[in-house]
Design a protein around this ligand. Sequence first.
Ligand SMILES: Nc1ncnc2c1ncn2[C@@H]1O[C@H](COP(=O)(O)OP(=O)(O)OP(=O)(O)O)[C@@H](O)[C@H]1O
Length: 898
Amino acid sequence: MTNFLRRSSSLARWSKLAYEGTAISKTRLPCTPASQITQLAALRRRPYATVNNGDPKSGKDKKDAQVRQGGDELSGNKQNSPSSRSGSGFETSNQEDVARPPSPKDDDSSGKENRIKLSQAEEKSIDELLMNLKRGLPADQGKALDLALQAIKRDGIPKELMEVMKNVQEGHPIDLATAAKLVRVASQLSRNAMEQNMAESNQLPTNEQDRQKFQQNKQDSQPPPPQPPPKNNRNPQKKPDKKGEPFYYDISLWVVAFILYLLYLAPGASDHSREITWQEFRTTFFDKGLVEKLTVVNRGRVRVDLHKEATAQMYPDSPAAQGKFHYYFSIGSVEAFERRLDDAQRELGIPSSERIPVAYKDEISWAGTLLSFGPTLLLIGSVFWLSRRASSGVGSQSGIFGIGKSRAKMFNHESDVKVKFKDVAGMDEAKTEIMEFVSFLKDPGQYQRLGAKIPRGAILSGPPGTGKTLLAKATAGESQVPFYSVSGSEFVEMFVGVGPSRVRDLFATARKNTPCIIFIDEIDAIGKSRAKQNFGGGNDERESTLNQILTEMDGFNTSEQVVVLAGTNRPDVLDKALMRPGRFDRHIVIDRPTMEGRKQIFLVHLKKIVTGEDMEFLTGRLAALTPGFSGADIANCVNEAALIAARGSAEKVEMRHFEQAIERVIGGLEKKSLVLSPEEKKTVAYHEAGHAVCGWFFKWADPLLKVSIIPRGQGALGYAQYLPSGDTYLMNVNQLMDRMAMTLGGRVSEELHFDTVTSGASDDFNKVTRMATAMVTKWGMSNKVGYLYFEEEDQKLHKPFSEETAKTIDSEVRRIVDEAYKQCRELLVEKKTEVGLVAEELLSKEVLSRDDMVRLLGKRPFEDNKEFSKFFDGQPKSAPPPFASEQTDSPPEMPLPT
Ligand SMILES: Nc1ncnc2c1ncn2[C@@H]1O[C@H](COP(=O)(O)OP(=O)(O)OP(=O)(O)O)[C@@H](O)[C@H]1O
């Protein structure tokens, strides 16, 4: 035991662990140790060392034994050394029992007369242990530990505990009765320690009768005068504890921990066996006739059963003389072992009738089996842990078990959805259509009374940023209902079945919160036509998600107030089944805003901006400057203007800030770092001048607003911006021809003014070719091809026309472009001087405005669109910003006629 106690660091660790294990159930403490003892005894294995010279064991074991012996000698216990007694080091204390002083009669089994005192060396070890342990403990715990160990030191270890340890050592498992015994011993030890402590501090009598009397007297008497708190009293035994019960538990805890530790150290159940070699087996046991039986276990090991009595006589200290202990040795193969054994027996002349019986046995090693499951358990454990960790992060839906849950964001109508219809500008028709959903959600009774079927949903389609989501939110805001927003792509996962499951979950949640609105943005991610998807391999997962949406929408009964809105930029690719009545009943097209729409959207966004400009004029001018802008572009422009103004420390956002912002949004950042050579600059100037002069003198072309040779954005060395003749939806042949001629103006000008031409007109040619091709193949503007429409489809492998038609189309496109070129060249030859004028002015100023053009070329000979031109005429100073949607150096492409 001295040895064990010397290892105080491990005792500290172990006791702390035991304490932590039991601390959580302080009130149930007396029951705790029993179960733990069983576990602990089985957990820890400690090699056994016998001390007899004849006993087969390694040199290391011998050394251990010598150390132990030395320890016992040190403790003055020489005559009780293990060589004279079997058992563990604890038993060395048994002799002290004789010298134990008589104590008052105590009826409990762990009373003082039943204790075995510790030796001096052991007591010393306890003191050391105490010192080490107390360092890492809170003051209260330290005090309790002190008391517990002092009591053990003073009174010794109960005999019962010793018996248990002996049993454990002999390999008997700790059964319920033993556990109960241990509990009793532990609690008795604790109580004794506590009472002793009380007695010492209050002179409490230690025998039962006196104790009762004392308690009675204490109750009858006056409460003792309050003691001043003892200052610097370092002796916890003298200090009465005020916490009472909890303190008792603390002591108990330490007693339990200590007992557990003793058991844990006892060379117990685990020390049933020891490996030896064949040679050791032969010389030590076999040749001496001690072997009773051999058992081949799992064809790899042989267990040696010895004649107990004979072994005990020959090796009194060997554990093999005790109950369940046995030696074993490993064999290479059963056959080889049998041969060896036969040989050995033959050598010894053992007759065949007396030969040692050999049994064969297969045993399952539970540890091995468990170990083989280790990697699997580890994998399952880590997956579980990862999923738990993930789910404790963003939200409870994000773990692996929440994968089938809908990712829809819910906006509370009271707090989150603040958008109203007044915030959505420039789409009056769409608002009127969607208003019906609002009145249904607000007052469904009116519709039901008249037998009208409630619309299920609407698809909002249109280019990006035109306000589809905003409109859906405003619908929720107006109808004062919850709003579930989800993107179509959020249904698509790599796992099969997740999409449909999320759809189900979304609709189930919505049904629980009726009335409400579900908004599925970018529904084309899942709602693509199933026929089209199958080209080049289908996507079953997407298809089943779509099917689930169709089913869910069918599943609504008419009284369910769930409206499904969906947004898409590609209504053309949607599955027809989605669009049929009863599902998305309404198809609301939200196009880019018109001039009036843009004005209103600017008004909405300008509300938040500090500006001193006249609102009517400002919004009109900005709207005129931004044809083709979506609501999102407008919002971005307004914000950009405010940023530019703030960057220049301006008081207010002025017109020039807005114009700069629009330029930036359209053309990108000015590339100041890009320095052109003088020749390149000249070419760009003449190229742009060619466009500008064409725009000025062709009746159906758009007049110039601004031309610049400052490089911007990606690869645009210069650009010309034009005043649109209006929000054009239809274009006639004259307009198309003038526009194509104007687009070719850059190259023609280069031809007329330079010896050679540059690559700068490539984008112009692209536009011209596309326009001419559309005129021939789609718009019926070629007599030779006639009134035919040929769809351009990238995915189609075959052209929808014959080779002959293809040739005709080619020649017609070429004819049209040639005509446009001729028209342009005729004009520019005639206006060669004007082109030179404009180009030279551009070279010197880099930017020319509409007013510069008037000054250089005179007033345009045609009437401009009043609606637009009123915002630009009479503005001598400010150069108007560029035309929308143009980033290159050529005139704008015409909108596709609808
Ligand atoms: N009609 C409008 N009135 C006011 N603001 C608008 C309007 N349209 C768009 N906006 C602004 O543009 C922003 C983006 O619009 P929104 O998200 O609704 O576009 P969307 O059509 O849903 O785009 P996408 O198709 O890319 O999803 C809005 O937050 C709003 O600031």
